[in-house]
Design a protein around this ligand. Sequence first.
Ligand SMILES: [Zn+2]
Length: 168
Amino acid sequence: MNPGLQYPIFGPEINCPHCRKAIPALTLTDTYLCSRHGAFEANPDTKELIHLPSGRRWRLWDDTWYRQHTHPDGIRFEIHEALDRLYTEGYKATKVIIANRYKDLVSSYLERSYPWRDSNETKSPKLYGLPVIFSPESKEDPRWEIINFSLEKEPGVPLRYPYFRLFE
Ligand SMILES: [Zn+2]
């Protein structure tokens, strides 16, 4: 018997997506148990890890868990956190690339600038004041089936920092 079959799809141990602590699989189940965050269940068909108490779902890419969002606030908050982290590392973001699979979910929440308001700007969607584009289809680049967004960045301090509003 293949010993791998006794473990859920992610193996005998994973890092908890919440606290990143190594947590063990329970023998002969698809469940991992974090002493702080409770039970996570691996779904062998969708390759998802589901936090049973909350229903939150993650997928794994390059040893990192990516939360699979079902509400625009979830991904907006995650982008906000990443922008904040960039700032503390001495970078400013110049563009946000959001996974194509979230297009329908987030489109109506993005800020838009209209040509009749500002003739220099085309009608391009923005988030926290930054231009937003959507990723290629995951057929072209499979990581976009799992990861949520990517930030283009350059060294420096942003001129405007609208995304600090949350902390004021
Ligand atoms: Zn945990």
